[in-house]
Design a protein around this ligand. Structure first.
Ligand code: DAH
Length: 346
């Protein structure tokens, strides 16, 4: 009897490897352990044994039954694993690019920045670079912005701790460092490095201590422009801005200047625009940016003779232009990286 049981167990061990589905397993199990199964047939022989041999045989049968059950459990476990693996699919390598992602596209803010830059390049501007961490000198003092100006309020701006390490930058003694509040600081960096004539634009990131809402963000982007030459007048400023806004918004775009105050320009203006085809947004004058003629005090600080050189400067918010042009009504959408928004502008 033991030989027969052993032979069946061995055969089961081999056959079970080939089982692929739960249904196949059930059929197989029935052929071995079912009422007419090969294993069951052997266990029935116990009835023919002498009574004194039966306990020993019973024990033996139980041992083989358990061994058989182990084989069954093993195959059931394997089938379950295979079923789950089939549900999940092949193993995933999260470092690979997604197979269903498109080629990607530039962010709306990048597109608008590039558009503005390409219009201004056509009339001779080149891109200049600055740093996001600035000293008070570049951000305020050199721009004729006095100590008591509200922009210098600690609550308005992010100042760095006096012992904060700034990358590889060597800190100047007695200088306060801050995250630049505007790109106007690049005017100063450029004027100290070059001699006029100068015609630069400086796109970049700016920071202010603003609480985020639909129109404010602590981090935003500007493009600054500076033109210094002999005989530059408000007429040049107006003509170039007319050209910029017509290029950006269409030939029916109009702009107007309203007197304003900026400490680095004199006279200074705020610029409003209006554009018929933009519907509700463009139907009434809307404030869009600041500009003016470079204040002689700034030229003097740079070592330029204001009797020889004159110039204009302007600064505009990239978010502002993007939101106006594309009807985005909350600035926060521009930073959430939600594909439902981004893909509309790809
Ligand atoms: N720096 C100003 C701001 O952040 C914008 C600005 C106004 C820039 C007038 C200029 C300017 O160059 O002349 O609001």
């Amino acid at each position: 009897m033991e030989d027969d049981l052993k032979a069946i167990l061995e055969q089961v061990g081999k056959d079970i490897e080939g089982i692929r589905t739960a249904a196949e397993f059930e059929q197989f199990k029935a052929r071995v352990s079912g009422p007419n199964g090969s294993f069951t047939a052997i266990t029935k022989q116990i009835g023919k044994l002498a009574p004194e041999e039966r306990p020993k045989a019973g024990k033996l049968i139980n041992q083989y039954k358990n061994a058989l059950q182990e084989q069954y459990d093993k195959v059931l476990e394997r089938l379950e694993k295979e079923r789950l693996a089939a549900l999940i699919g092949p193993p995933i390598d999260p470092t690979l690019p997604s197979p269903d992602a498109g080629p990607g596209s530039l962010h709306l803010l990048t597109q608008v920045r590039d558009e503005i830059a390409s219009v201004l390049r056509k009339i001779g501007f080149v891109v200049a670079d600055g740093t996001e961490i600035e000293t008070e000198y570049y951000c305020f003092d050199a721009l004729n912005t006095p100590q008591d100006h509200p922009a210098r309020d600690l609550q308005d701006t992010y100042y760095l701790d006096s012992d904060a390490k700034i990358g590889n930058v060597e800190r100047k003694e007695d200088e306060r460092y801050l995250l630049r509040t505007h790109t106007s600081s690049v005017q100063i960096r450029t004027m100290l490095q070059q001699q006029p004539p100068i015609r630069i634009i400086a796109p970049g990131r700016c920071f202010r201590r603003d609480t985020a809402d639909a129109t404010h963000s602590a981090n935003f982007h500007q493009i600054e422009a500076l033109y210094v030459d002999k005989g530059v007048t408000v007429k040049d400023l107006k003509a170039d801005l007319d050209y910029l806004f017509r290029s950006l918004l269409g030939p029916d775009a109009e702009i107007r200047f309203r007197p304003h105050y900026f400490s680095y320009t004199e006279p200074s203006f705020e610029v409003d625009f209006k554009v018929g085809h933009l519907g509700k947004v463009g139907s009434d004058w809307m404030e869009i940016m600041g500009c003016g003629m470079v204040d002689p005090a700034v030229f003097e600080e740079m070592g330029y003779d204001p009797n020889i050189w004159s110039g204009y400067a302007f600064g505009l918010g990239i978010e502002r232009i993007a939101m106006t042009l594309y009807g985005v009504d909350d600035i926060r959408y521009l930073y959430q990286n939600d594909l439902r928004l981004l893909s509309q502008f790809s």
